[in-house]
Design a protein around this ligand. Structure first.
Ligand code: PAF
Length: 280
């Protein structure tokens, strides 16, 4: 079934209002398009849990701190709509910039604490952009449940926090990271990897899995860093934004995994920034 593509806020509201009146459970899967199997696993989870499912596609300029990154972000709307056909979603919400940020738009949603570290430290303003657009998507769709991947674990924590803090009546559901056969976490950015870089990209996950194993055995992360960084360098990673062990709940730094933790990494390969995280 080809889902209706909705581009206008009033049309979206007219569609959702009768669903809500009928007491149907509405699910939303926020995306920036370039859909891959990771996104589609979120759509499947939403379909299983909700009566109505809205997939949103909006490449949100406010969360890009680099104009080149925004310009290069893959835009594949037709392909995305085709990939969604087999799921029978109820609507694809594709607002343009004016629908999302009309002239005079002046509000910023900022979640403190959780956003000071990891991607928040290396991408200033990124999480304000995410928090602002996700708040709007929650309110525009009136979703009861919202589905996010654990691949962007910090984002998942941030949107969970903002929904609670702003009393937005939506349950945020985190879903496991989907990986390629060689371990590379699925991401729209993988499309930007050259053939050669694609061969070396899974080394990030390999290195992290080895570290996670050692951390589970009681090792201190500091002892594991030199070898891990060397392996990444040899594989062609030009810089590492972070490779850190943090608490799973509040993202505070850890030396060793003596409470539930997560190993986080962001590293650059041939001009593409790859991120990943693993439960420890
Ligand atoms: O994860 C993403 O694709 C984006 O950050 C999101 C949640 C759709 C907000 O623009």
């Amino acid at each position: 079934m080809i889902a209706p593509i909705v581009r206008d806020k009033a049309a979206l509201r007219a569609m959702v209002t009768p669903w809500k009146r009928a007491g149907e459970v509405v699910g939303v899967v926020p995306t920036m398009g370039a859909l891959h199997d990771g996104h589609l696993s979120l759509v499947a989870a939403a379909k299983a849990a909700c009566d109505r499912v809205i997939v949103t596609i909006f490449v949100n300029p406010k969360q890009f701190n680099n104009p080149e990154d925004l310009a290069n972000y893959p835009r594949t709307e037709e392909d995305d709509a085709r990939k969604l056909e087999r799921f029978g979603v109820d609507a694809i919400w594709v607002p343009d910039g004016d629908q999302m940020y009309p002239e005079g738009f002046s509000t910023n949603v900022s979640v403190s604490g959780l956003t000071d570290c990891l991607c928040g430290a290396t991408r200033p303003g990124h999480f304000d952009g995410v928090a602002t657009v996700v708040s709007k998507l929650f309110l525009q769709t009136s979703a009861d449940q919202a589905f996010f991947g654990e691949k962007d674990y910090q984002q998942l924590q941030v949107v969970t926090r903002l929904a609670a803090d702003l009393d937005i009546p939506v349950t945020v559901v985190g879903c496991p990271t989907i990986r390629e056969e060689d371990g590379l976490a699925m991401s729209s950015r993988n499309l930007l990897l050259s053939d050669r870089a694609r061969v070396y990209a899974p080394v990030l996950n390999e290195v992290m899995e080895e570290m996670a194993e050692a951390l589970r055995g009681g090792a201190e992360i500091a002892a594991l860093m030199p070898k891990a960084l060397k392996r990444l360098e040899v594989a062609g990673f030009t810089s590492v934004d972070y490779l850190e062990l943090r608490r799973a709940d509040d993202l505070q730094l850890l030396d060793r995994a003596d409470v539930p933790g997560r190993l986080f990494a962001a590293a650059w390969l041939a001009g593409v920034r790859l991120i990943d995280n693993i439960a420890v």
